[in-house]
Every structure is written in structure tokens, then in C-alpha cells.
Write a protein that binds this ligand. Structure first.
Ligand code: TYD
Ligand code: MG
Length: 452
């Protein structure tokens, strides 16, 4: 017999509770906790339970079949194209370019049938924007519909090679309880689409809106259901958009690709570092270059710092693109290890280009930029840095050092500062590079090398 239980889930972050609360204790949002009814099937009475566990050696699998998309960058970050039968969540803030990205990719793909379901825009609106993206090569069907059963019927009729649901928050199944966009509807509709993707062996894209805090509005929980999660982000003031793969059952994660939003849709950018360093002016106090890894790809970014006297009692600390908590930690380390008095200074740190950085190897470049601004002295000519900084002021080694060195060298940098590593594990001569490597132990040594 099926047993009915109630649970309560925060529609903002997906945290589960056994009773209703006014405020989610995880994300701090008010009135986001919703009741959800779960049917627990009694295992004993479940006649379907006939499949027994299998030994791993006895299991065979077919190689996952991939479809190549028109964008090489998109194929690369997906781990070599799109896997048939997979379900991909594309999440991002409204207006970032999710609809544009999927429409242009799937309109360009030759000899395929696409069903694009939009619950948000009318057919006229979609047709109007498609004209900026060029003529379709695929059989591109547009469908304005909000009801999941009717969408499923359309999938049966059209027999598409790709389906896009734009967006998951705008569709619902009238047979389920909960209003459109509620957590229960979003989860159930996604699970249903997941089944269809597997049974029909077609990829299904689901577009999801996220809130400013970065939650996929409603379900953080969706991330567990889908095979691949991609975030589309970027600063609206800049023309480019960052597409990050943050989960992928069929390829590596994290991975990153950059696109530029133009008059005629999104254009992929292959030479990311050159693009990010376009406005970089060497020999400016307060500016440094970090060599980072984003997934398997090395990138160079400029870090700027401004250290100025604080006119008020409490000095300001602000950072864009760099974790503000890490900035606090770095400042404490500088104060303790270098005796750097910053308690009467405002400090601003900015990763130029609006990119959000997660690789801790940026720490050393942040320290260099802060010291450079504090001393009002430029850093050595064409110098780049790549090392994490620990609480004791030690420089910590980074992964994939060779790739980083090659990228810095390719872009014409002459010196690279990184953490001291065991001689044996690394030979500078083992690859051709014109860059001068400096292995540094701690931030006292770093300050010496930078300014003396
Ligand atoms: P859109 O794809 O609608 O964003 P989302 O689906 O994430 O809400 O794109 C939003 C912006 O992109 C919109 O402000 C218009 C702009 N845009 C261009 O700059 N060039 C183009 O070719 C297209 C189609 C859109
Ligand atoms: Mg849209």
C-alpha cells in the first residue's frame, strides 16, 4: 500500500524540513518553504521489484552516442558533443542570453528536427528574434505551450532530435498539485522529461531562471535530477557571457567557454586570455596578472587593487570577481606576516572583465596587486603569478603548472611566480618555454622579489 507523507522544501535552495517554517534556516529567505506530498510505495507489496543487483564485471554499456553541435566551444565543454538521451539544465539570470544561445545553436544544426517549446514568449516574438540569427538549417518547430501533457503529445507527433523547454518555471502538469513554478511542479516535470529523454534517446534542454543569489529559482534540487548543469553568466555591462559546466555525467566539470553577445547572436571566443587582457596596460601600480585554470583550460586575467586612506572610522573592503571572504583572509595574512598596516585603508579588488574566479591560484596576484597599490610601485615588467596563499603566508602549489606556464609564455610574459615545489616533480627544461620561473616559499619572499 502506498503511504502518504508530507515534507517541506525550500523553493529557493531545496533544503528539506519535516515541519513548516516561515524562514529557511539555510538560505535565509522568507515564505519559500512549500509543502510537498510524497507517496511512499510499500516495498513488500511492490511486484515490480524483480531486478536483482548485478556484479560490475557483468555489466556492459554501449558507448554514449554524441551529437556534434555547431559551436566547437560548446562541444568541448560538454566533453565532446551532446549525449543522446541526456537532460541538460541551462540556468541563468533573465536576459543573459539563454534563449539566444539555444535557438542559434539548434537553428544552425543541419539535417535535424528541433522542437522548441516556449512558455515565455509568443511565436511572433520568437520568430522576430530568430531573424537576427540567420536562416535555419534544421527543421525548427516552435511551440507556445504551458501544459506538460500537451508538450509530451507534441514530442510524440513531431519526433524531434532535440527538445528545448524554455523555461521549466513556465510549464506545469495540471494533474499534479502545486502552482506553476512551484518546487513540486518543477521537479515532477523535470523527472517526466528525464524519462522521455531516456526512452526516446534524445537530448532535452531545460532552461531555468536563477535568482540574483545564484540559486536556480525553485530547485537547487533540479541539479540532482539532470545529467548536465550549465550556468550562463556575465556582467550585463560587458558584451561577453561565460558558460560554465558545473556538473556533467558525460564529461569533465567544471569547464568554461566564453561567448560575445553581438547584433547577430552569440559568437564564441577561442582566445579567452587575449580577449580578457585587451584593456591591460603593463606597468601600472595596483595591477597584476594571474594565471588560472578554468576546467582544463588555462586563462590569464588582470587583477586590480586600490588601497587608499579611509576617511571614515570603518575602512571599506570590496571585491568583484574574487571571493570577499578570501580577501579578508589575505589581508589578515598580510597584516600578520608582513606587518602591513591596512586597518586605516579602504581596499578594493577587481578582476577585470567581470569574470568570477574560483581558482585559489589567483591569491598571489591579489597580494601582488594590493602590495603594488599600497607601495604605489609597479610590479616587474611582464610578470604573471599563479599560487594559492595559505594562512601562514606560504605559497601553495597549483595543479597543471605546465599548461599555465605555456599560456603565460604564449602571451608574451617573461616571468612567472609560483609556489616552491619539489625539484624532482618538475623540470623546467622538459618543455620549451622562454619564461623565467620563480619558485617562492612565502609572502615575505614574494614581497622581496616584487619590489627589491
Ligand atoms: P535572451 O536570449 O532573451 O535572454 P534569456 O533567454 O536568458 O532571458 O537574450 C537577452 C538579450 O540578448 C536581449 O537583451 C537582447 C540581446 N540580443 C542581442 O544582443 N543580440 C541578438 O542577436 C539577440 C537574439 C539578442
Ligand atoms: Mg529567454
Amino acid at each position: 500500500m502506498a503511504k502518504v507523507t508530507k515534507i517541506y522544501i525550500c523553493s529557493n535552495c531545496g533544503t528539506r524540513y519535516s515541519k513548516w517554517l516561515g524562514k529557511c534556516s539555510n538560505c535565509g529567505e522568507w515564505n519559500t518553504i512549500e509543502e510537498q506530498i510524497i507517496n511512499k510505495t510499500d516495498v513488500k507489496s511492490n511486484n515490480l521489484l524483480t531486478i536483482s543487483p548485478k556484479l560490475i564485471q557483468e555489466i556492459n554499456y554501449d558507448n554514449f552516442e554524441r551529437i556534434s553541435l555547431p559551436s566547437d566551444e560548446l562541444n568541448r565543454i560538454l566533453g565532446g558533443g551532446l549525449t543522446r538521451g541526456s537532460i541538460i539544465l541551462l540556468a541563468g539570470e533573465p536576459g543573459i542570453g539563454k534563449t539566444t544561445l539555444l535557438m542559434q545553436e539548434l537553428m544552425k544544426i543541419k539535417d535535424f528536427t528541433v522542437l522548441y517549446v516556449s512558455g515565455e514568449e509568443s511565436l511572433g516574438q520568437l520568430k522576430y528574434r530568430s531573424e537576427r540569427l540567420g536562416r535555419p538549417n534544421s527543421q525548427f518547430y516552435l511551440f507556445h505551450e504551458l501544459s506538460l501533457p500537451i508538450i509530451i503529445q507534441a514530442i510524440e507527433e513531431v519526433v524531434p532530435d532535440f527538445v528545448v523547454i524554455d523555461s521549466i518555471q513556465s510549464i506545469s502538469d495540471p494533474n499534479l498539485s502545486g502552482f506553476t513554478g512551484s518546487l513540486q511542479q518543477i521537479r515532477e516535470c523535470t523527472s517526466r522529461l528525464q524519462e522521455i529523454a531516456k526512452v526516446k534517446n534524445i537530448p532535452i534542454f531545460i532552461i531555468g531562471h536563477i535568482t540574483k543569489e545564484g540559486y536556480i529559482a525553485g530547485p537547487k534540487a533540479l541539479e540532482h535530477i539532470v545529467d548536465t548543469v550549465m550556468h550562463f553568466e556575465g556582467d550585463k555591462n560587458y558584451g561577453y557571457r561565460v558558460l560554465r559546466v558545473i556538473k556533467n555525467r558525460f564529461g569533465p566539470a567544471p569547464e568554461l567557454a566564453i561567448f560575445e553577445m553581438t547584433q547577430d547572436g552569440l559568437k564564441e571566443i577561442n582566445n579567452i586570455s587575449e580577449y580578457l587582457l585587451e584593456t591591460y596596460k603593463p606597468d601600472t601600480p595596483g595591477s597584476s596578472i594571474a594565471v588560472l585554470m578554468e576546467g582544463n583550460r588555462p586563462i590569464l586575467v588582470e587583477v586590480q587593487a586600490l588601497v587608499s586612506y579611509s576617511p571614515y572610522g570603518t575602512p571599506q573592503r570590496s571585491s568583484i570577481g574574487y571571493d570577499p571572504h578570501r580577501l579578508g583572509m589575505i589581508l589578515a595574512v598580510l597584516e600578520k606576516r608582513l606587518d602591513l598596516r591596512v586597518n586605516n585603508r579602504d581596499i578594493f579588488v577587481n578582476v577585470t572583465g567581470g569574470l568570477r574566479i574560483y581558482d585559489p591560484a589567483i591569491d598571489s596576484a591579489v597580494v601582488a596587486a594590493i602590495l603594488s597599490s599600497f607601495n604605489d610601485k609597479t610590479l616587474p615588467h611582464l610578470l604573471a603569478l599563479s599560487a594559492e596563499i595559505g594562512l601562514n603566508g606560504e605559497l601553495r602549489s597549483v595543479s597543471q603548472l605546465q599548461k599555465r606556464i605555456q599560456e603565460a609564455s604564449k602571451l608574451g610574459f617573461k616571468q612567472l611566480i609560483t609556489a616552491n615545489i619539489k625539484e624532482k616533480s618538475f623540470k623546467n627544461e622538459s618543455f620549451n618555454s622562454s619564461i623565467n620561473l620563480k619558485f617562492i616559499n612565502n609572502i615575505s619572499e614574494l614581497a622581496q622579489v616584487l619590489f627589491f
